[in-house]
Design a protein around this ligand. Structure first.
Ligand SMILES: [Zn+2]
Length: 763
């Protein structure tokens, strides 16, 4: 066994991989690896099975790492014959920050001896649980989007091996027994018959051991194979057999707990089960090494997908951001030649055409990662069943807000490097002003850097043109006069531009514009250097809070204060300019009259409140807030009180993460940088009426049918003509409502500018 470090977490814990095989295999590990990878191109003479076992992606599912050690030990000793033809790679802990958070908490709160009574504190972890990573991201939703450092570093190693078999070890609720493959429907249509069958082969082998021990388990339920960002689906879309195994336990279980049938579930039991499936997986892989290699090769043979090429147009910031993601997935792309292309038009959902230029990105399915290209880019994933564990739509052209065509033909492309040269040469101490456009999160990062460095920046609330260039609303104007007291204006500007080479800065020699408003106009506003507070704790969801925290610190790079609900009442809000209430389910008990009064007084005095998701419901009950829940006539033929009401009836009210085309008011500061339409990812049926004069983004009449993903018939009625993002003036301040979540899992790139607008443009 060789233990290799592959990175560090946010809290600087080590990320490690154990490579385990026979001594002779270990002496030629690099040859084995390269022969295996050649198989993706139909070359090489691979003979070994490659198995990758990942543990503890959810930090408080603590049995996983414990089980990995016993598994490694027995592989090296009594099961070493498996290793003659198999390389096993073990990640003992994908999420060390979360795991340590849980384990340290447990050791602090556990009884001595440990207490199996489920009421005891050692079984109640609380809000700041160890499931997610430092930024409260669920790493088992991040394989495709790679927003987190753990995922980014792990994927580099994963792509070096592309295992035949990958297992993601988890825990579920304490009252469940054990879940293993085969998975539940829906399966994504790219999953091959062999991949389905081999799951069954593995599952039957596990069942043999579980039956012999009298252990309970279930298969083919709950855990499906669709959303591409999991530890089972992602490896599957890369040619492997990707699986989730779930032991009953998780953060509640401790060293032992009484289950609802009166049994005691111990950590030792949990280890035995994960250990058993781990070894059984390696056994089956070893017995089928040749078959796995043959089928892996077939998976990578060129597939005849309907769409052969995806062609995308967008501003250079969006192209660069997408290129960065594709590079990490080792997906090849090129750029167009002057022509036009016909096919499925993402904007209209119908057949259409697109002008192709040398700035158009072209991605073909005719490449080793072609299956992954199809899964990430196709307009709609085919759903064999609408009852699913997760979102049903994620198509990248919508997430990145790009004009796109899916073509049934192969579109010519050329390779070129994306070159960015910083504009430092343009900055001197005599130019009247500098102007930057405002249409991407890249521009928002630039603004954040300017503000942090005490550069004063204005924004234009009307389109204008000067010195031969035209600019849209929201464009940033940096004048020499505003910054005459800055201690090193030119030097600071140059160093910020060096750090943001993708920014296009233009010189304005005068404030006398050719069209629009002059730089001294009241329509050209100073952007405040906002002090920002975010609510955390019980009313909020940890994941939704974490997305905001990560957005500020790791994307925008702008400071925030985290205000916990436990002392919120004692905080003097007047020192903050912006208060963010993340989505959550606990607002009913938090937003009582005194807290609402405290917030409305602060807003009326000039504060800016950003209310997201569940917090809106609680505010809507107070008359100071103009937001109103939308009333919808219920279909009285659906009786949800019935004892035997089926999941099928209930799902009529559900939207399982679907994409909708919305209408945008680009004159609202909340929508600066956007065009007339925006594709939003809706995660539920929450619906509010339009806001008079403040509906920045909304579903117009009959925009209630998803362009991708699933929405039930009743849910579609509920969201018809409803608000998505809106603004309301209150005294000298503003309230911004975000019904949908533009920061969801950090991957909906095109929504992030709304959040930046809420911070900097709405004033
Ligand atoms: Zn889990």
């Amino acid at each position: 066994m060789v233990l290799k470090d592959y990175g560090l977490t946010n809290e600087r814990r080590r990320l490690v991989l154990a490579h385990i095989s026979s001594a002779s295999n270990m002496s030629q590990l690099e040859t084995i690896r390269t022969e295996h990878l050649k198989n993706t191109r139909g070359e090489g003479q691979p003979e070994k099975a490659i198995v990758w076992l990942s543990y503890n992606v959810h930090g408080n599912e603590s049995v996983s790492t414990e089980a990995s050690m016993q598994t490694i030990y027995d592989l090296l000793t009594k099961k070493s014959d498996y290793l003659e033809n198999t390389v096993v790679i073990i990640d003992p802990c994908i999420n060390p920050d979360g795991r340590d958070r849980y384990v340290n908490w447990y050791n602090q709160y556990k009884n001595t001896p440990n207490n199996i009574d489920p009421n005891s504190k050692e079984h109640h972890e609380g809000w700041w649980s160890g499931r997610s990573n430092h930024y409260m991201f669920d790493l088992n939703r991040d394989w495709a989007w790679l927003t987190q450092v753990e995922s980014q570093q792990r994927l580099k190693e994963f792509n070096k091996w592309l295992p035949h078999v990958h297992v993601d070890f988890h825990e579920q609720g304490v009252n469940n027994p054990y879940y293993f493959a085969p998975a539940a429907e829906p399966y994504h249509e790219v999953i091959t018959d062999f991949q389905r069958d081999f799951q069954k082969t593995i599952g039957k082998n596990h069942a043999k051991y579980f039956d012999a021990n009298g252990w309970f388990y279930f298969t083919k339920e709950v855990f499906d194979l669709l959303y591409p960002s999991y530890g089972d689906t992602y490896p599957t879309y890369n040619g492997g057999i990707g699986m989730t195994y779930e032991q009953g336990g998780s953060g509640r279980a401790g060293l032992g707990i009484i289950t609802n049938i009166g049994d005691t579930l111990t950590l030792k039991d949990r280890i035995a089960h994960h250990y058993t499936t781990g070894l059984s997986t390696v056994e089956i892989a070893s017995n089928n090494a040749q078959k796995l290699n043959d089928e892996f090769k077939k998976f990578y043979d060129n597939k005849d997908f309907k769409y052969k090429s995806y062609v995308l147009n967008g501003n250079s910031d969006k192209i660069n951001t997408l290129a960065h993601l594709l590079d990490q997935h080792e997906i090849e792309y090129g750029f167009g030649t002057n022509t036009s292309v016909k096919g499925f038009d993402y904007n209209t959902g119908k057949t259409g055409s697109l002008r192709v230029t040398e700035n158009s990105m072209v991605i073909s399915t005719d490449q080793p990662k072609g299956t992954l290209v199809k899964v990430l880019f196709e307009p709609r994933a085919k759903l064999s069943d609408s009852v699913t564990y997760d979102i049903t739509a994620w198509s990248l052209p919508y997430a990145y807000g790009m004009d796109a065509i899916a073509s049934e033909n192969s579109v010519a492309k050329t390779k070129r490097m994306i070159a960015t040269v910083s504009d430092t040469g343009k900055v001197n101490s005599t130019n009247y002003a500098y102007v930057s456009d405002w249409n991407s999160i890249t521009d928002a990062k630039f603004l954040a850097a300017l503000l942090k460095n005490k550069i004063r920046v204005r924004t234009a609330h009307k389109p204008f043109s000067v010195d031969g260039f035209s600019y849209q609303r929201g464009s940033l104007i940096i004048t020499l006069a505003d910054n005459k007291n800055h201690k090193d204006f030119v030097g600071t500007m140059k160093s910020i531009l060096t750090a943001h080479p993708e920014i296009d800065l233009e010189i304005a020699t005068t404030g006398f514009v050719d069209s629009g408003k002059d730089f001294g106009s009241r329509y050209v506003d100073m952007i405040p250097n906002a002090k920002i507070a975010v609510l955390a704790g019980d009313p909020t969801s940890t994941l939704r809070f974490g997305e905001i925290w990560h957005f500020f610190e790791q994307q925008l790079e702008y400071p925030i204060s985290v205000l916990d609900e436990s002392y919120f009442n004692r905080v003097d809000l007047s020192i903050y300019d912006v208060l963010i209430l993340p989505d959550g389910r606990g607002y009913g008990s938090f937003l009582k009259e005194d807290v609402i009064n405290k917030i409305t007084d602060w807003v009326s005095a000039g504060g800016k409140l950003i209310s997201m998701g569940g917090s809106i419901d609680a505010l809507a009950t107070d008359k100071s807030f103009k937001i109103k829940k939308k009333e919808t006539e219920k279909d009285t033929t659906i009786n949800l009180n019935s004892f035997d009401i089926s999941e099928r009836e209930r799902i009529k009210f559900a939207i399982t993460g679907a994409i909708f085309k919305t209408t945008v008011d680009p004159t609202n500061p909340l929508a600066y940088g956007y065009s007339d339409n925006y594709f939003t990812l809706k995660l539920g049926n929450r619906a509010y009426d339009y806001l008079d004069g403040g509906s920045a983004v909304y579903l117009a009449a009959r925009q209630n049918k998803p362009i991708s993903g699933f929405a039930g018939s009743e849910a579609m009625k509920q969201i018809d003509t409803s608000l998505v993002f809106g603004t309301q003036n209150m005294g000298r301040g503003q309230v911004i409502y975000m019904v949908d979540n533009p920061l969801f899992r950090g991957f909906w790139e095109n929504g992030k500018l709304f959040f930046a607008n809420a911070l900097f443009m709405v004033n």
